[in-house]
Design a protein around this ligand. Structure first.
Ligand SMILES: [Zn+2]
Length: 266
């Protein structure tokens, strides 16, 4: 029996952060993430760009260099209350602006005010968005059934218990590996707020069991595992993606299937 529950670097756990709106507090939060070597995704409303110079726009996006920049629509409206035309413009115009400065496809998103329904999901899919985060905490550690309704583990203010549970199970046989914390950096108003956030990030930093990833890196890796072609006798594996994929056999051996290669297991 083969199972894809080993992550890049042979890790068994994943930690990701996700912050919305692109507030002026983001550079401090990015600096905090960089200090502790964790990774996150920043969902940005590009209406912020309207009054910036070209240089400022470049600088604004460059601050997220080691992280992912993702869509949060241009104006942060209620997507379920928009005609299709507004919905599509809000997403595509945000993508176009952000992509001008990131230089990569901006295909991740989070829902403004957590507002979505089936019609919104269908529209996002047509706009090339591959995942979108909700604001519904699961207090659990699994992957989403639908990437376009990706429910996080919890908001940072509710993270104490889930983090304790995640840390307590670091070395156990446990197949719900993903701790996903979201929030807004503008919620950090006092030095005590920042201290609480630093303690949270520090408690999750530098763990050898953990793959620290952005939201899109998680999406890309899980999708890569789903594309691996496996022979009927489970000996020959072909990995057509551009990412190395790790696979576990019979709960004891772990093999790497390098990007683009076909491997015959011993
Ligand atoms: Zn927002």
């Amino acid at each position: 029996m083969l199972q894809f529950h080993v992550y890049p670097g042979g890790k068994r756990r994943i930690v990701t952060f996700s912050y919305d709106d692109g507030s002026k507090n983001d550079p401090r939060l990015v600096a905090l993430f960089n200090k502790y070597g964790v990774k996150g995704t920043f969902h940005i409303n590009s209406r912020r760009f309207a009054e910036m110079s070209e240089e400022d726009k470049k600088d604004y996006v460059a601050r997220y260099d080691r992280h992912e920049v993702a869509c949060h629509t241009v104006n942060h409206g209620w997507l379920t209350r928009m005609p299709a035309s507004s919905l599509i413009n809000e997403v595509m115009d945000d993508r176009r602006t952000l992509e001008t400065y990131t230089g990569y496809p901006v295909v991740g998103m989070s829902y403004p005010s957590g507002d979505y329904d089936d019609r919104v999901i269908a529209a996002l899919s047509a706009c090339g968005i591959v995942y979108s985060r909700t604001t519904k905490a699961t207090f659990n550690f699994g992957f989403p059934d639908n990437w376009l309704a990706w429910h996080p583990t919890c908001h940072h203010r509710d993270a104490e218990k889930p983090v304790a549970e995640f840390l307590a199970r670091l070395d156990s046989e446990w197949y719900r590996p993903l701790l996903y914390i979201w929030g807004h950096s503008h919620e950090f108003k006092t030095e005590e707020d920042w201290e609480r956030q630093e303690n949270l990030v520090a408690s999750l930093a530098g763990l050898e069991q953990v793959w620290y990833a952005t939201n899109i890196e998680i999406y890309n890796y899980i999708e890569a595992t789903r594309r691996v072609l496996v022979s009927a006798d489970e000996r020959i594996l072909h990995n057509p993606s551009a990412l190395d994929v790790w696979v576990e056999r019979d709960k004891k051996e772990v093999f790497v299937i390098p990007a683009g290669e076909t491997v015959t297991l011993p």
